[in-house]
Design a protein around this ligand. Structure first.
Ligand code: IMP
Ligand code: MG
Length: 177
């Protein structure tokens, strides 16, 4: 049986996302931005964040292979779905659920920078700073969290729990590191 313990409540998330949206609105005043969500974990965060940005906003999505059904990162990132629209000359905000080792975003950043956007920023709801192996950091970070496996608000374990409104620590009976 999986045990779930709330780490960040929906109210805390809503307040933080509003703050992040305000900062982005101020930083890109008078300009338009493209939010590029990393499927599938970032979808709920992107939907909420987008509504807190008072600018001309459009969406795009990118998909990479990641953990599969395990909790450990394989160390390999593969592009499964590229953006639909060219990012050239645009203000891009890469929207991700969590920065862990940093491998995923380092890879995606490289892919996107090759197309010469005007600006490229990273918005991550969560940041497991202690797990970082790559030299990458978020420009807009919601919460720094300890090295625990979390689910909810878009984050999954084996595709489950994405719909939980709060971010919860998952302690499962088997397969936990
Ligand atoms: P990174 O490449 O190690 O930074 O890993 C980022 C990806 O790993 C995120 O997009 C998540 O899909 C996944 N991930 C890392 N930590 C967690 C977690 O605690 N819960 C769920 N997914 C996670
Ligand atoms: Mg993910």
């Amino acid at each position: 049986m999986d045990k779930l313990t709330v780490l960040i409540t929906r109210e805390q998330i809503a307040a933080k996302v509003a703050e992040m949206g305000k900062r982005i609105t101020a930083d890109f005043a008078g300009e338009s931005v493209v939010l590029i969500g990393v499927l599938k974990g970032a979808t709920i965060f992107l939907a909420d964040l987008a509504r807190q940005i008072k600018l001309d906003v459009s969406f795009d999505f990118i998909a990479v292979s990641s953990y599969g059904n395990a909790k450990q990162q394989s160390g390999e990132v593969k592009l499964m779905k590229d953006v639909d629209q060219s990012t050239e000359g645009k203000n891009i905000i890469l929207v991700e659920d969590i920065l862990d080792t940093g491998l995923t975003l380092t890879y995606i950043k490289k892919v996107l920078l090759a197309h010469q956007p005007k600006a490229l920023k990273i918005a991550a709801l969560l940041d497991k700073v202690s797990r970082r192996t790559e030299s990458i950091q978020g420009d807009y970070v919601g919460f720094e969290i300890p090295d625990e496996f979390v689910v909810g608000y878009g984050l999954d374990f084996a595709e489950r729990y994405r719909n939980l409104p709060d971010v919860c620590v998952l302690e499962s009976g088997s397969g936990t590191r």
